[in-house]
Design a protein around this ligand. Structure first.
Ligand code: ATP
Ligand code: MG
Length: 248
């Protein structure tokens, strides 16, 4: 369903993706991990066509999205839900209007139907009492949940989550992961979760991929990748300062 083939991307000589190959099958949920600044968000943005690769192809259901422009790109983007790392709510709109926004823009549903869908998502996120509030009146975690509700309300067939639990307390973080898992089971979208929330995320995905130095260095089920005893993965999981990963 999603295929990255030999994707290269540099910014001003800084090589971020150096020939990434990755295939995600329909209905699969994959966790993408790797240290900060390694290129996880950049990789997700390639999949939605927000960043163009220097070389290589990104195929969505066999369609090369690099070649799409205007209306065609818009049509394929409708199938995506994207939870941006930065949240990206509209500050001038209430929570309710933020979640209703894509439905009003991209569907011809009546306001009554929209209301039903919006409140269903807000209830799932525990935000039904906050529908009238503006983003500035919310905590960071509430903003993340509102953004998640807005992404989910369109019932996308591909869902990309960029750090859905970062900045949330452990209980809310777990409830978000449970919610994502429940949606995945119910709706069967194909999903990628970028997260540092390890090992917790491993229980809700089928496979884990680790991005390091421009490539996917490890991919497979949790059982498979722990057997490999990769020192980079082991250090990442343990948070040990001594190992192949260095920080400058
Ligand atoms: N639009 C851009 N222009 C220039 N450089 C960029 C751009 N976007 C990302 N980068 C650079 O690409 C690298 C990878 O960034 P990215 O945001 O993908 O990291 P990340 O793995 O998501 O990190 P984190 O876990 O901290 O979110 C960084 O060095 C960043 O500075
Ligand atoms: Mg990121």
């Amino acid at each position: 369903m999603i295929t990255l083939s030999n994707v290269h991307k540099s910014f001003n000589g800084n090589i971020v993706l150096n020939g990434v190959n990755l295939t995600i099958s329909e209905g699969e949920m994959l966790a993408l991990i790797g240290r900060s600044g390694i290129g996880k968000s950049v990789l997700l943005k390639h999949i939605v066509g927000l960043i163009k690769p220097d070389a290589g192809d990104i195929l969505i259901d066999g369609i090369n999205i690099n070649r799409l422009r205007g209306k065609e790109l818009e049509a394929i983007r409708k199938r995506f839900g994207f939870l941006f790392q930065e949240g990206a709510l509209f500050d001038s709109l209430t929570v309710y209007d933020n979640v209703a926004f894509p439905l009003r823009e991209k569907t011809s549903l009546s306001e009554e139907m929209i209301r039903e869908k919006v409140f269903c998502e807000l209830e799932n996120m525990g935000l039904e009492k906050d529908a009238h509030k503006y983003p500035a009146e919310l905590s960071g975690g509430m903003r993340k949940r509102a953004a998640l509700a807005r992404a989910m309300v369109m019932q996308p067939s591909i869902m990309l989550f960029d750090e859905p639990t970062t900045g949330l307390d452990p209980i809310i973080g777990q409830s978000i992961l449970n919610y994502i898992q429940a949606c995945h089971k119910r709706g069967g979208f194909t999903g990628i979760i970028v997260t540092h929330d390890v090992p917790r995320v491993f229980s809700i995905v089928q496979r884990i991929a680790m991005l390091h130095d421009g490539n996917i260095i490890l991919i497979g089920t949790y059982e498979h990748i722990i057997q490999e005893k990769n020192p980079i993965f082991e250090q990442f999981l343990s948070g040990n300062l001594n190992g192949p990963l260095t920080y400058s």
